[in-house]
Ligand binder design. Sequence first.
Ligand code: TPP
Ligand code: MG
Length: 525
Amino acid sequence: MADSPSQSFAANLLAAFAGAGIDQIYLAPGARSQALAIAAGQLAEADLVDLFVRLDERSMAFTALGSALATGKPALIITTSGTAVANLHPAVLEAHHSGVPMILLTADRPHELREVGANQTTKQVGIFDDAVRVVFDVEAPNSEDDGVDEIPSMVSTAIRASLGLGGTRPGPVQLNLAFREPLSSDSPNAADLQVTVPAGDAVERELEFAILDGSIPTVVIAGANSSDSAVELAEAYGLPIFAEPSSGARFGDNAILSYPKLMVEQPELSSRIGRVIVFGKPTLSRPITRLFFSEHVEVVVVRSASMGLFDVSRRASMFVDDVTFDVDVEGEWLEAWRLADQKIQVSTPLSEKLSRREIVEQVWMSTEPTDNLFLGASRMIREAEVWAPSANLNIYANRGLAGIDGSVATATGLALATRAQTRALIGDLTLLHDAGSLVIDPRDGELDLQLVVVNDRGGSIFENLEPAKQLTKENFDRLFRTPQDVNLATLAVTYGWLHIPVNTEVELEAALLTKGRVLIEVKLA
Ligand SMILES: Cc1ncc(C[n+]2csc(CCOP(=O)(O)OP(=O)(O)O)c2C)c(N)n1
Ligand SMILES: [Mg+2]
């Protein structure tokens, strides 16, 4: 085959990424990206990277997002030009808002073929606006070594920006790569190339601390992506902690698990709150959001490394990196919350039918510390906020934008990157929205991936909306609940998944022990 500057550039580029430790590559097929595909295939064949091939770019990008959530490292995403690039947008936005590293390699026509009606050609530079930390618009290489000298610095910048080492939050980065014919060749082989990428130092920011008045009754609010530091603070100073299920902080002696209920049912206690210290991004319950707006509550925000500044009420008194207290917090304050929490935890009656509470409890009980648990963005994460027991588990949720899209794919990415037992607890519409991600590539190998689908025939979360009371049932169903009649058993089987229908707690417990790719359908309606 004739030499191809495109192939030479692609081989050097991918060898540079692989050499720098970026070893997860996601690829969707296409003509313009063929040199990148061939280079990725060579690296995979030589066992230098893991390569995952996907048909649907939307699904692929969410899978890569899941992989990065588990590893903390960006995966490479390779697409052809045109709408293929646009299909990355939902996952790019989620990664932008929740600070997940991601590197996009989008193939494009050469510059002279843009804006002239050439096939499969659109404006790919700028398509993601400010959702990408950095964009490179790389000219098509014309000769053997064209552009190769710039690769190490470009790759270094891309990796550093995606990881947030350059002073911004982690997030997506785009390399828009123009290629002209000949689009590929059989040499060089990317696996034979060694390209050294400068690492560079992380930008150090001076951390800001605050010393707070310990006499003000304070609670720690741990939203999505809070991490252990929220727990450490609460335990160091005897503060109650209200931790969302995907906070990474819902465990330990200070966790007040029933806070969503207590905030409503114990007005005397909750009205005593004079200050909240916020970690991560809390989005789940209205009583907590109301606290941020309450005039007699001071809002102290601890900067999140991933989620960006949180200040929904625009009332934050300070943004800091850590806090301490001048005097010890009264022990009575934590005790009062613990007591109320214990009372409510035991006093809720259980019915005969499998309830959402039992689903949550059973899923948590079946989940080991090395497993992954992904929570879809609808009713079940809110049920988990009320019922999930205290446990230090690997829990993930796409709370950057709280979309129901890409949930099957994100969970698949968690499973692919870790090869650990992975569960997704999702609603029926959330499953159907991402049904395309059920497509299996047999080359991905064995995965222990359970989709626990709570099938209540439609979006039951909307029952809490005002229109549920205002509209006729028929209208409400048509406009909001959108009931569906899809046969999940045949859907699962069509895509090669095992389907297990579940009606009781005992059946659910048994189903959760099943290995392989399983769709566990819990029928509630
Ligand atoms: C991409 C996207 N589209 C629409 C929404 C709005 N939305 C939030 S929850 C929901 C319904 C989810 O229903 P289901 O998955 O069955 O969960 P349930 O609440 O019934 O448990 C929708 C459409 C969203 N969050 N994301
Ligand atoms: Mg539903």
